[in-house]
Design a protein around this ligand. Structure first.
Ligand SMILES: N[C@@H](CCSC[C@H]1O[C@@H](n2cnc3c(=O)[nH]cnc32)[C@H](O)[C@@H]1O)C(=O)O
Ligand SMILES: [Zn+2]
Length: 432
């Protein structure tokens, strides 16, 4: 057994208190063996956490990781126009190789900013899985199905591809990859396809991930068509339940919040994307008060425009207060839980907590910085003052993926060069 000691630091515990402790990791099983007082534990190798804060690896519970290639390509537009006029035409030109390097770029960015698990929605998923396998990170992947603007055969094939991908890839990369069945949203997948395929996914035991209630444009047509709120319709077609998590949930009313709580459906809040596309402000404190598990996601890099979960925590706390008109809403501890334990719970991973028996997925922040001085409250710093670039070490499944800011996986320079070249060629192709 090879044991790694994360030594000399302060540690964020599952109850969001911080204490001086060492963390012992079993690198073979990828689990945390023990958390104990400084100096009590010994290991074969040491990761120096002095001047550091050891936190669970952050969980990005909703993203489109390969969209890094479109970062800064189309800004300052609302969701519908942004997707239809800019994003979808370019995505139609994406090759498997593009998706591979876009994913690699996003995963590099995640490792650099202390994210160790992601939930992704995209296509050419084999390429994303290969990149995740190489990265050492943990991920929930899936093929996203869209049926609007497709003939019946094309629509059914896309839904079937979502089912097949989820069944085939589950458990890949030694169990670091899990999967979800992914209808894109309640307005981009037709009712007949949901009624046909959702029961199959549930029967197969597949978790489900989709976009829901992101903009008012997604709510009103459904209310007109079904005479019910979107999440009542989602419940009617069998989409809600403990194995489902919904991205966004911006425009949800009290009935829908209760429905999420009653069915145990999770919500992934994406504050930066919601602000940038002017989608609206999710009622996060009301969701939390109702007992809904709320996690955090960056969404794709084209609507954020980075994959830094520290920004997301800060944005969630800020816009949560504004939405509730209450400065005590969505406090620091709540956003830290959203970005760690809640995300892990929705994704179905034993991570998100620094405790014996949990996955050894963690990040160490260097606290020796002007913007983190003084240190009245390190949980406050995590939510409001820290940045992804403060992360000095990242560990996932017991493996050190970044040590002293040097990546041990990927040739970062080569990934960035290839991503820049492919992004440029992609935009040129789309313009032809
Ligand atoms: N475009 C493909 C499949 C969709 S993959 C997932 C999609 O979600 C898109 N996406 C990214 N951010 C958002 C968002 O905030 N809301 C809805 N879709 C988004 C993303 O660009 C990507 O096209 C098809 O038509 O078959
Ligand atoms: Zn999205």
């Amino acid at each position: 057994m090879t044991e790694l000691l994360v030594a000399g630091g302060q540690v964020l515990r599952p109850d969001t208190t911080v204490e001086r402790a060492d963390v012992l990791v079993d690198q073979d099983s990828g689990d945390i063996l023990a958390v104990d007082d400084p100096g009590e534990l010994t290991g074969d190798d040491t990761l120096d956490a002095s001047d550091g804060l050891v936190i669970p690896g952050l969980v990005n519970a909703h993203t489109h990781v390969a969209m890094t290639l479109l970062r800064g390509y189309a800004d300052d537009k609302p969701l519908d126009a942004w997707l239809q006029e800019d994003i979808w035409p370019v995505e139609a030109e994406l090759t498997p190789e593009d998706v591979r390097v876009g994913a690699e770029l996003g995963l590099v960015e995640m490792i650099r900013s202390g994210t160790t698990a992601l939930s992704d929605m995209y296509f050419h998923v084999d390429e994303i899985a290969a990149a995740v396998e190489e990265s050492g990170l943990r991920a929930v992947l899936g093929h996203t199905a869209v049926t609007v603007a497709k003939d019946e055969a094309g629509a059914r094939a896309d839904m079937q591809a979502s089912l097949d991908t989820a069944l085939d890839l589950d458990g890949a990369a030694d169990g670091r990859i899990k999967t979800t069945f992914q209808p894109h949203s309640l307005t981009t997948v037709g009712e007949e396809y949901l009624r046909e395929f959702v029961p199959e996914a549930v029967e197969a035991g597949l978790p489900i991930h989709l976009h829901a209630n992101e903009t008012t444009d997604e709510v009103e047509p459904l209310v007109d068509e079904h005479g019910a709120r979107p999440l009542e319709y989602a419940d009617d077609v069998g989409l809600l339940g403990e194995d489902t998590f919904l991205a966004h949930c911006v425009h949800v009313d009290e009935t829908e919040i209760d429905l999420l709580a009653e069915t145990g459906t999770g919500a992934v809040h994406c504050p930066a994307s919601n602000m940038k596309l002017a989608s609206g402000m999710a009622p996060v404190q009301r969701l939390l008060d109702a007992g809904v598990t709320v996690a955090l996601g960056t969404d794709g890099a084209a609507s954020n425009n980075d994959l830094d979960m520290f920004d997301e925590m800060r944005d969630a706390a800020m816009v949560g207060k504004l939405a509730a008109d209450d400065a005590s809403a969505v406090p620091a501890g709540a956003v830290v839980e959203m970005a760690t334990a809640n995300g892990a719970d929705l994704l179905g991973f034993e991570s998100g907590r620094i405790e014996a028996g949990a996955n050894a997925d963690l990040a160490v922040l260097d606290l020796d910085a002007a913007h983190l001085t003084p240190a009245h409250d390190l949980v406050s710093h995590l939510a409001y003052a820290a940045r992804g670039s403060d992360v000095c070490h990242t560990v996932c499944d017991g493996d050190v993926l970044m040590r002293d800011r040097d990546l041990t996986v990927f040739d970062e320079r080569a990934v960035r060069d290839r991503a820049s070249d492919r992004a440029r060629a992609l935009i040129d192709r789309a313009a032809e």
